[in-house]
Ligand binder design. Sequence first.
Ligand code: NAI
Length: 282
Amino acid sequence: MEIQKIMVIGAGQMGSGIAQVCASAGFDVILHDIKEEFVNKGYHSIEKQLQRQVEKGRLTPQEKDETLQRITPSVELSNARFIDIAIEAVVEKMDVKTTLFHELDQLAPDHAILATNTSSLPITEIAAATKRPEKVIGMHFMNPVPVMKLVEIIRGLATDDEVFQNIYDLTKKLNKVPVEVNDFPGFVSNRILMPMINEAIYTVYEGVASPEAVDEVMKLGMNHPMGPLTLADFIGLDTCLFIMETLHEGFGDDKYRPCPLLRKYVKAGWLGKKTGRGFYSY
Ligand code: NAI
């Protein structure tokens, strides 16, 4: 199947990044969110990113305009009737994703692939909310999407080989590197990354060190480009908590118990960079 029209659902930090790389690669993109203000915010962040590329001389003003013209903002999910693929990037909650996939399944054409950018939730369970589980697949981009090369590709139990191949090829057309992993909580990336971030939060919670000290140790001592608490603020502390809960529930092992300090910050609305405050202030 030739993929031409892509609908990105959720215009937050991941959705806007995914829409940007799809439009930059020449695809027509519908960028969808529940409210106009959210879509506009996503669209403007893409505009800002592209403008920065123009200033660095990596893009001409004309290329920027052409890329933006390929993106159509949307708040009507019924626009899914025009698409070849939906890439979902809404909040990391199973009930929100299954409700959305159920609706999408009824609106999108029969040939359309329904992909999810979930960081940790079972693809098989999301697929079960549709009547086309063979066309549901995980396509897990990394943050920030325009910069990071990796896309984890995750088959659900019923995913067709042809659908897998389509997504593998699409990922390459987006100038990314696809890596196939299996459908287990957190896949590979977050099964390894998130317990490290959670442990970093525990070291602050237990008074072992300040956030600055923890990040400095990991940057200078382990050669990580960014400390785990800065990274957690970038990912979003709500997303970190959802992922830890998925790991904890999925494996049933207490080593994945979310740190109480992480819960406290999320309850306070300190979600990291996107709300202006997390382990650091922005
Ligand atoms: P975000 O909070 O920045 O954006 C989520 C967006 O989804 C919001 O604009 C919200 O209005 C919208 N939304 C919520 N329910 C919706 C619905 N029913 N229909 C349409 N839009 C809806 O979150 P972020 O960080 O972009 O994460 C999105 C997904 O990407 C999550 O599943 C997350 O686990 C995953 N992800 C996040 C990464 C990160 O570093 N933040 C990395 C890789 C994956």
